[in-house]
Design a protein around this ligand. Structure first.
Ligand SMILES: Cc1cc2nc3c(=O)[nH]c(=O)nc-3n(C[C@H](O)[C@H](O)[C@H](O)COP(=O)(O)OP(=O)(O)OC[C@H]3O[C@@H](n4cnc5c(N)ncnc54)[C@H](O)[C@@H]3O)c2cc1C
Length: 413
C-alpha cells in the first residue's frame, strides 16, 4: 500500500537539508524548511569578509570525481558547468628536510605509486601498506593498521587528516578504506578534484536555493528548533524561535542538523559529542606573487599548515584536527603559517591582508567508537528521519555524505 505523505518538515538548510528538499521536490512531495541562521549552507558557505576584503569560503572544500551523489545533485540543480576539474597532481613539501615530491592520482596510479615510489627514500615495499586497507576490521584505527609504515608520516597521516579531520590515532580505518576503494583503488577517473570556478556559495548553495524557490518551497530563516513534543513515539509538535508547528499524522519530520544540536533536543540519545576544529587561513596576495604558486593544491609535512590551496583571489591554508589552535591567537597562527608558505616557494613575499576562520565543530571525531554510536542510532524509527553528513557512518563527514543523506531520507519516507 502506498504511504500518504502530507508534508515533510525539514530542519536545517545545510547541504543535507537542501539535498533533502531537492529530492522531495523531484518526488512531488510537499515540504517546508526551517533554518536557525539567516542564511543557508551551514558548514559549506561563502561570504564577503571585510578584513581580507574578499569573498571567501569558510573552508577549502574539495570533492572527488568519485562522489556520484554530489554530481547527481549538481545535475539536478543545473550547476555542473560552474565547477572546474583539476588534476590530483599534488606537490608535497617537508619543511624539516626541504624535500619536495609529487604524487599523481590522476594518471596510472599503480605506476605512479608502486613503480615511481614518489616519496624520497622509499622503495616499492613501503607502498604495500595500501593493500592493508582491502581487509579492515571495524574497530581498527588508521594508526593501528599502518602506523609502522615508512610512508605513515608522509602519506597516511596527511591523507587521513584531509579526508576525515581526525588524527590517524583515532580515525576509523574502515571509513578510510571505503574512501580508498572508491577513489585511488578505482583509478584515475575517480580521483579528479572538483572545485568551484568562484566559490561554493555560487556553485552549490545559491543554485540549490534557486531550484527550491522555483518550486515554491518556503524556507523559514532565523527559526531555531527549540523543542520537540512527542506522544506515543511520534513527533506531535515543533517549537521554533517564533512559531509552533503541529505535526499531523501524515506529516514527517527530517532533522538535517549536526549531532550536537540533535542532543540539545533529545538529551537521552547517545551520539558522538567530541568534535574537531578545522582551521583556515586565507591570504590575499598580489597577482604577481600569486603566480609563484604553480600547483593548485599542495601538502605540507612537519608544519602547522597541512594543505595549501591556490584560489582565484587568494592563497588558502587548511589545518585539520586543529582543536589545539582554538586558544592560540589568530595573528600568531597567521605569521607562523605564512613563514611556512614562504619557505615552500623559496622566497620571502608579503601578503596584502588575511583572515583566520576557526570552524570549531567542523566534524565529529570519526573514530571506530563514534562510528558505532552513529550506526546504532540510525536504526531508530518514528515519524522522523535523521539526515546530515554524520548519519552516513560508512563515509567521512563530507559534502558527498550530506547530499547522500538527504537523498536517502526521502527514499525512507
Ligand atoms: C572548514 C571545513 C572544511 C571542510 N572541507 C570539506 C571538504 O574538503 N570536502 C568535503 O566533502 N567536505 C568538507 N567539509 C564538510 C562539509 O562541509 C560538511 O560535511 C557539510 O557541509 C555538512 O552539511 P550538513 O547539512 O550535514 O550539516 P550543516 O552544514 O551543519 O547544516 C546544518 C544546518 O542546520 C542548521 N541548524 C542546526 N541546528 C538547528 C536547529 N535546532 N533548528 C534549525 N536549524 C538548525 C544550521 O544552522 C545549519 O545551517 C568541511 C567542513 C568544514 C567546516
Amino acid at each position: 500500500m502506498k504511504k500518504i505523505i502530507n508534508k515533510v518538515h525539514i530542519i536545517g538548510a545545510g547541504l543535507a537539508g537542501l539535498s533533502t528538499t531537492v529530492n522531495a521536490i523531484k518526488k512531488n512531495i510537499d515540504c517546508e524548511i526551517y533554518e536557525s541562521s539567516k542564511i543557508a549552507g551551514g558548514r559549506c558557505r561563502s561570504f564577503f569578509d571585510k578584513k581580507i576584503n574578499l569573498e571567501i569560503d569558510n573552508g577549502n572544500h574539495l570533492v572527488f570525481s568519485a562522489n556520484k551523489n554530489f554530481l547527481d545533485f549538481c545535475e539536478s540543480i543545473g550547476t555542473l558547468k560552474t565547477f572546474k576539474l583539476i588534476s590530483t597532481n599534488l606537490i608535497f613539501f617537508d619543511l624539516n628536510s626541504s624535500n619536495k615530491w609529487e604524487i599523481s592520482f590522476d594518471k596510472n596510479i599503480f605506476k605512479e605509486i608502486f613503480y615511481k615510489c614518489p616519496i624520497p627514500q622509499t622503495i616499492f615495499f613501503d607502498y604495500l601498506s595500501f593493500f592493508k586497507f582491502l581487509l579492515v576490521k571495524s574497530k581498527t584505527t588508521v594508526h593501528e593498521l599502518v602506523g609502522k609504515s615508512k610512508i605513515y608520516k608522509t602519506f597516511w597521516e596527511p591523507f587521513t587528516l584531509a579526508v576525515m579531520n581526525t588524527s590517524p590515532n583515532f580515525a576509523s580505518a574502515k571509513v578510510l578504506s571505503n574512501v580508498l576503494k572508491e577513489t585511488i583503488f578505482k583509478g584515475k577517473k575517480n580521483c579528479l578534484i572538483y572545485q568551484p570556478l568562484e566559490n561554493w556559495e555560487k556553485s552549490l548553495i545559491q543554485p540549490a536555493l534557486k531550484f527550491i524557490k522555483k518550486h515554491n518551497v518556503q524556507i523559514n530563516y532565523n527559526e531555531t528548533l527549540k523543542k520537540v513534543f512527542i506522544d506515543q513515539g511520534k513527533i506531535k509538535k515543533l517549537v521554533f524561535t517564533t512559531k509552533e508547528v503541529e505535526i499531523n499524522s501524515d506529516d514527517r519530520v527530517i532533522f538535517a542538523i549536526p549531532p550536537s544540536n540533535i542532543n540539545k533536543l533529545f538529551p537521552d540519545y547517545s551520539l558522538p559529542c567530541d568534535y574537531n576544529t578545522i582551521l583556515n587561513i586565507h591570504y590575499k596576495v598580489s597577482s604577481i606573487n600569486q603566480k609563484l604558486f604553480k600547483n593548485e593544491i599542495s601538502g605540507f609535512i612537519n608544519t602547522v599548515s597541512q594543505w595549501i590551496f591556490v584560489k582565484k583571489d587568494c592563497i588558502s591554508v587548511t589545518v585539520s584536527d586543529a582543536n589545539k589552535f582554538n586558544t592560540i591567537n589568530s595573528n600568531d597562527i597567521t605569521e607562523i603559517v605564512w613563514e611556512e608558505i614562504c619557505a615552500f616557494i623559496g622566497k620571502k613575499i608579503p601578503y596584502l591582508s588575511s583572515q583566520v576562520i576557526k570552524e570549531k565543530k567542523a566534524t565529529y571525531i570519526q573514530s571506530p567508537k563514534n562510528n558505532s554510536l552513529v550506526q546504532k542510532f540510525n536504526n531508530m524509527k518514528k515519524n522522523n528521519i535523521f539526515a546530515g553528513d554524520w548519519t552516513q557512518n560508512n563515509l567521512p563527514c563530507t559534502i558527498e555524505a550530506s547530499i547522500l543523506s538527504g537523498k536517502k531520507a526521502i527514499e525512507l519516507l
